[in-house]
Write a protein that binds this ligand. Structure first.
Ligand code: DC
Length: 210
């Protein structure tokens, strides 16, 4: 599958790198976290009990979400900025434990890629569950202190809690797959990571065509 899939925890540079790479290589870009955030925004606004899968599914069942060039729409309403609130980050991580919701979003993510063609897709289970056949798989990691320092103070505290939840959930926890290239971004710049991944993509595409 002609895709670059990038996994990693918050503060590893995932989003910045994915966006920059897509621009540089002329690929579409999907932030899968945004799909969880849009559903979390809906659940919060419907006062759904976030721990209840039934309530979350009920609140989100007829909702249409869209992601185009970084712009996020829920039933046609622009929520791009709103879904970046700390309350939504927390809610997204809470609803992400529900398997049926994950399945619904997985289908949405796969459809997005079949509609958009060659893409860079980032998220916390994209290499392992959503796109196991991606041509290039990258797992970004970084020292926890550095990851926290890349966030503001409140976000830094929440990052630790969210990471623990995302790693320990039973449905599609974040994990390093054996064929992912692991890059530690603690001491290297965004553009150096971009160079590495762009190189991987070019040689993978080249050998794919042969
Ligand atoms: O990447 P992010 O911070 O925008 O993601 C928000 C939450 O959504 C994250 O804490 C867990 C969930 N998520 C997920 O479970 N799987 C993904 N592929 C992307 C996000």
């Amino acid at each position: 599958m002609d895709l670059i899939a990038i996994d990693g925890l918050a503060g590893t540079g995932k989003s910045t790198i994915a966006k920059a790479l897509a621009e540089r290589l002329g690929l579409s870009h999907l932030d899968t976290g945004a799909s969880f955030r849009m559903m979390a925004w809906v659940a919060l606004n419907s006062n759904a009990e976030l721990d209840s899968e039934t309530e979350v599914l009920k609140a989100t069942q007829n909702v249409s979400i869209s992601y185009e060039a970084g712009k996020c729409l829920v039933n046609g309403v622009d929520v791009t900025k709103k879904i970046r609130d700390e309350s939504v980050s927390d809610a997204a991580s809470k609803i992400a434990v529900h398997p049926q919701l994950r399945q619904k979003l997985l289908l949405w993510q796969q459809q997005w890629v079949s509609d958009h063609g060659k893409s860079v897709v980032e998220g916390r289970d994209t290499t392992s569950v959503v796109f196991p056949d991606a041509l290039v798989k990258v797992y970004l990691e970084a020292d926890p202190h550095v990851r926290a320092s890349r966030r503001n103070e409140t976000a830094a505290a929440n990052v630790i809690e969210r990471d623990a939840r995302d790693m320990s959930r039973t449905s599609a926890p974040i994990r390093k797959v054996a064929d992912a290239v692991v890059i530690d971004t603690t001491r290297i710049s965004i553009s150096e990571v971009e160079d590495i991944v762009a190189g991987l993509w070019k040689s993978a595409i080249h050998s794919h065509k042969e």
